[in-house]
Design a protein around this ligand. Sequence first.
Ligand code: IMP
Length: 183
Amino acid sequence: MDLTTIENDIERVIVSREDLQKRVNELAAQVDKDYKDKNLLLIGVLKGAVMAVADLSRAMQTHVEMDWMAVSSYGSGTKSSGVVRILKDLDRDITNRHVLIVEDIVDTGLTLSWLKGNLESRGAASVEILSILRKPEAAKVEVSVKYVGFEIPTDFVVGYGLDFDEKYRNLPFIGVLAKHMYE
Ligand code: IMP
């Protein structure tokens, strides 16, 4: 079997596997420091944040707990509308907990802005956001993201959890899909 099949669909690499690993380790060290003795709860947003939570948490040296949420943003195709529906809610109560939402990407910021407000309204002690990627040009709402892995251009990217039609999440790097794959 040709193991380069998926990679052949990628036009160019935006963030390499090595750079991702290095940056996630740096973020883990920072989060360790900031949340020392705070019994941090990582909340991964399914499905895109699976890789990020797995790598971040394993690079951390303090205790962390994990929970997961799945949300769907109403909108047409690749456009986000800001109206969010919870597909899978948290398993546990987060009252008085220090929460760090882990996301793959902040595009318009609409999803995260809604999610942050939703978790704050449940009585969390603090709610911050870590996102592996941020597209600054696309920001529709001002959402404060405490930890950002990389600022990237507005291209549609896949890999490291990010999908196109549920595929490419397993790429170990982040890249731009070749145009012929979606046109
Ligand atoms: P936002 O509400 O526009 O910030 O949407 C964020 C969500 O849109 C992310 O969690 C992704 O699921 C999806 N998304 C935004 N940009 C991309 C991209 O370039 N590739 C894959 N998914 C993306």
